[in-house]
Design a protein. Structure first.
Length: 248
């Protein structure tokens, strides 16, 4: 079984479609774990209505304070019962055969940690044609200079990976920090180069996003990876080039 962990924060505009998208997966042995991060927009009401209308395996956990995405995902992990854990953000899109193809990929490769290619979408999740391709494998040092692992594409096999190290820290870019920690333990991330998801990108200030991205990656280098200033600059150069090319 796959435990699908979805953090929910003011996602009333998306969450019904997100749940229906999971219902439509060609792989049907799953549980859906929704963790509401103290939403104020009626997200919980939408979820509870769908739960009342459906007999599918849906669990809802409500946090009573704004804990953030890391704590929401950790709560979902702690309540998961499946062999596999997959992450899905409430505003992103999975293709119907995502679970089926990714599980088959993990079984064929023996991967404990996998991710796949994805495509950028606009604010309505319409595909833009810009696909980020997953490399065949990714180790720790390679990951430091390329943030190619997108959370909505990640899946773990909990029979092969320690459950404790997949919990996310309360830091900026908690997902990237988690992937680095897992890879530093000696695991290899296996990439399925097939576009199985759409990353919704709402209209925001591009300059503001770039400043935040630079600040966060530098924080990770210095405080999570414990790199020296020179090492940080070295990996930052590779990251900056790849991040720019990925968005062109």
């Amino acid at each position: 079984m796959v435990s699908i962990v979805v953090p929910v924060y003011n996602a009333a505009d998306y969450i019904e479609n997100t749940i229906k998208m999971v219902f439509e997966q060609t792989y049907t042995d799953w549980e859906l774990i929704l963790v509401d991060d103290n939403s104020s927009d009626g997200s919980v009401s939408v979820i509870e209505r769908i739960m009342g209308e459906s007999d599918r395996d849906i669990k809802l956990f409500k946090l009573t304070y704004d804990a953030g995405a890391a704590q929401a995902r950790n709560t979902g992990i702690d309540h998961s019962a499946g062999r596999y854990i997959a992450f899905l953000d409430a505003d992103d899109v999975w293709k119907k055969d995502k679970l089926e193809k990714q599980i088959a990929f993990m079984e064929s490769t023996g991967a404990a940690f996998s991710f796949h290619s994805y495509e950028f979408g606009d604010e309505n999740a319409n595909p833009t044609g810009k696909v980020v391709h997953a490399p065949k494998t990714l180790n720790y040092r390679q990951a430091l200079s390329r943030t190619v692992i997108f959370t909505t594409t990640v899946m773990f096999d909990t029979e092969k990976i320690d459950m404790e190290i997949i919990h996310m820290p309360q830091v900026p870019s908690e997902d990237t920090a988690t992937w680095w920690r897992i890879l530093k333990y000696g695991y290899t991330a296996h990439g399925l180069d097939e576009n199985l998801a759409i990353y919704r990108r709402p209209k925001k200030s591009l300059s503001s996003n770039k400043i935040k991205a630079v600040s966060r990656i530098w924080f990770l280098y210095r405080n999570i990876a414990d790199l020296s200033v020179l090492e940080s600059l070295f990996y930052f150069g590779g990251w900056a080039v790849r991040a720019t090319l990925r968005r062109l």
